[in-house]
Write a protein that binds this ligand. Sequence first.
Ligand SMILES: [Ca+2]
Ligand SMILES: [Ca+2]
Length: 217
Amino acid sequence: MLAPLLGTCLLAPAAASLIPVASYDMLNGGSGTYNYWDDSYDGAGSRTTDYAALTGGTGQLTDGIIASAPYSVVEPAAGPGPYVGWRYNVFGGPYIYPVITFSFAGDYSFDQAVIHFDDADGQGGVDHIQRVDVAQRGVQSFGDPAGSGPTSIGVDLTGLSGNVVSLQLVGADQWQFVSEIEFFGSSLAVPAPGALGLVGLGTFAAASLRRRRSWRA
Ligand SMILES: [Ca+2]
Ligand SMILES: [Ca+2]
């Protein structure tokens, strides 16, 4: 508890910036007409199995590629498409409202998560995200964005800090198609104890020097 407080006192607040994701854990995407998997996921688990548990890696949700065309255009018959798609099984199967747990290398103060997804307005059962449950902060609701096609929502994370954020995405229809999730905030990293000592020493030396000079004046 002491270290983050100390860091806040010593360091000027950093401007909110994109926070790199170290890894994320979730269930893989599923299949419909095509495969809507996390095609580049590099952790444990099968990225070519519907709803397989994926852990310890990163993939299409954090590769910096934000789909600019609807899923129906860029999810090809064979090969990888930029979206990961999860289906809520309305016919009695498991509820696939994905819980995605993001881990970060170090502690951060979070401002928001931006989720890029396809709002197909129900075409093929694909629709917007209507609720995001932030494990540490509760539920936030979202209306149907204007138009149809790729868009994004901002999830408020102010007041949240640490090195893990878990989001559950709840769609408005059977399918959710997400191409990227970004986190914004600032690092709570503090200088190493050695560096702090040097800063303290430098301040002391400068003060001593000023005192000596003032005596001579
Ligand atoms: Ca992506
Ligand atoms: Ca994909």
